[in-house]
Design a protein around this ligand. Sequence first.
Ligand code: BGC
Length: 753
Amino acid sequence: MIHFIKVSGWALLCAGMCFMGQASAGQTLAAQERPVYLDPEKPVEERVEDALGRMTLEEKIKIIHAQSKFSSGGVPRLGIPEVWTTDGPHGIRPEVLWDEWDQAGWTNDSCVAFPALTCLAATWNTELAHLYGKSIGEEATYRGKDMLLGPGVNIYRTPLNGRNFEYIGEDPYLAAEMAVPYIQGVQENGVAACVKHFALNNHEVNRHNTNVIVDERTLHEIYLPAFKAAVQKGHAWAIMGAYNLYRNQHCCHNSFLLNDILKEDWNFDGAVVSDWGGTHDTDEAIRNGLDMEFGTGTDGLRSGARNAYDSYHLAFPYLEKIRSGEVGTEELDDKVRRVLRLMFRTSMNPYRGFGSFCSEAHYSAARQIGDEGIVLLKNEGGLLPLDLDNAGKILVVGENAIKMMTVGGGSSSLKVQREISPLDGIRERAGKDVEVVYARGYVGDPSGEYNGVTTGQNLQEDRSAEELIAEAVEMAKDADCVIFIGGLNKSWKQDCENSDRASLGLPYGQDDVIEALAAVNPRLVVVNISGNAVAMPWIDKVPAVLQAWFIGSEAGHSIADVLSGDVNPSGKLPFTFPARLEDCPAHLLGDYCGKSAKDTVDIEYKEGIYVGYRWTDRQKNIKPLFPFGHGLSYTSFAYGNPVVDSSSMTADGTVTVSVDVTNTGSREGKEVVQLYISDRKSSLPRPVKELKGFRKISLVPGETKTVSFTISADALSFYDPQKHGWEAEPGKFDAIIASSSADIRGKVSFVLQ
Ligand code: BGC
């Protein structure tokens, strides 16, 4: 039988490199002339073994560590290409110089910025998660990237964590359900998703020297499920180790996490990638499951005759140990197999497409995700939606109404082709007779630069805080409506990698501005832009509050869509908004991150499994400002009584719980129906309830839909540290149907036999 190499960029490259003299590019090649590893029709494992057998020791070492800031080496002799990675997770990072973080200065690398992952989480829409992954994967493909450094699935443990905006909220079930389709969407493009940061990376201060102490049950119930789902359901091809330590070992070469759990228990067959600069020890890197080393501090190519990348732990130091006989090659071959597998799935996958970049389809995806992620927190007296066709005079106040938010925040910072600011979005949408005026209100961070990418905005403002408030108040007096747009801004300590927030409160005196505006105009809407919960001491004086996130390129359009009612809000909070920092157990029970320290600092997760609503649910005296799962709509939904198809189930069976939901208002809208499970009696203490299902449905006025959840024993089980495994104990369980974790609409019970 004759096979033909498919004509793709990669096939032409192979034909050019490997068969020079036998066949030229474009000609068909008989299968027998082609080595197995280059034959895409052969099973991947056969190709891996074939390639492995042809590689020299030095070539094997070459492909397991970086050769530039974002790529690892290939084997030119065999036509095996390099692996190119990119941040991730909200858009494709602009190109940097080979050896530096500085910009390469390309003019064709301005991307679409998709909404931050918190916004995606707030959609509670798994189809949108898939669309997100597919779209960003297409952008990555177009840009020649083989691995996208994302998604991030670390659990939201404290509202101070500077990187929460890059993650998927406080609940392991929600994070898992949303991460899986994102990963699948990315990988359908032949681009690997690199799920990060494995594991227990829940704050930024001291991130390189925090040693997390967490009990086994909490690890399995709260901090691992999203990673496990990414591996077992999403089939992620890569995982990134975290910076911190666990059991006094850095997570990038942590024997327990990488060898025992990830590779042994979960059968992960992909590559473990270090976080940039997260590798610290050669022996541990060799033995403890790390496959690809990136970003270890070097002095670049500038000094010395030898490439500084050769000094990486998994480069010459490793080679020397093998040559001297100190270590064998068993671990090396395992690493190389994993990297080759990654290449056959990505860079050497001749079937992958060409992708697309900055397409209108990608902008549309970004807008849909933004539209569905915005959460209507409060809407007293039906102030929203605003009739933007006939609104008279609208005053917009606040720096976040005009500041570009795609630059900043750390490694997820982007260079975008376009970004619609909230003010521009509102102006674009407002009718021709509507007057939209703007006042700055406060000065946050007027700078607009990250890693050499500048926004080009001049936000310099020399007036004092009092003058700015006075101006806004004066303008608010005769406005028909005031929209304050503030929050955080991805600057240092304001939702930014490598720093945490200093407090729960809004920075830059914004509370004073909001109080002053509320005092003169009762028609005040606050739009909070952040990836974290913030304190709202003025909440009783403000009738309408929207939680918008870092929405990216289409921010202004999405915000205007929801303010105007063109889109009926349907986002739900993916984390609890505590009223006070002390209501968050990480802060109540201990120092969440330790003081800045050079030496390793132990941080104990004393709250155990009681994170987020699992904590507030059991505290009689704590009422969150807004609960997990909360989000209002411009219409209303009535829930019928839930019914169960059988009052008992066996351990290997299921029961189905169904509930009718009716749109009782006058607008079409979407509702997220949530299923929580409560274990009435158990041998170990359990949370009052836990999210185990959700479904987003769309209803026109008067329409009713039946939502059904199939519950299996998995949803009833807890992790038993005595048995080192999951356990579903017989007994009575409640299936709770809710519109938020605090808004329970019905309950039905069944027995596990
Ligand atoms: C971050 C990662 C990122 C990497 C590469 C690190 O500082 O923690 O999330 O992917 O840099 O930019």
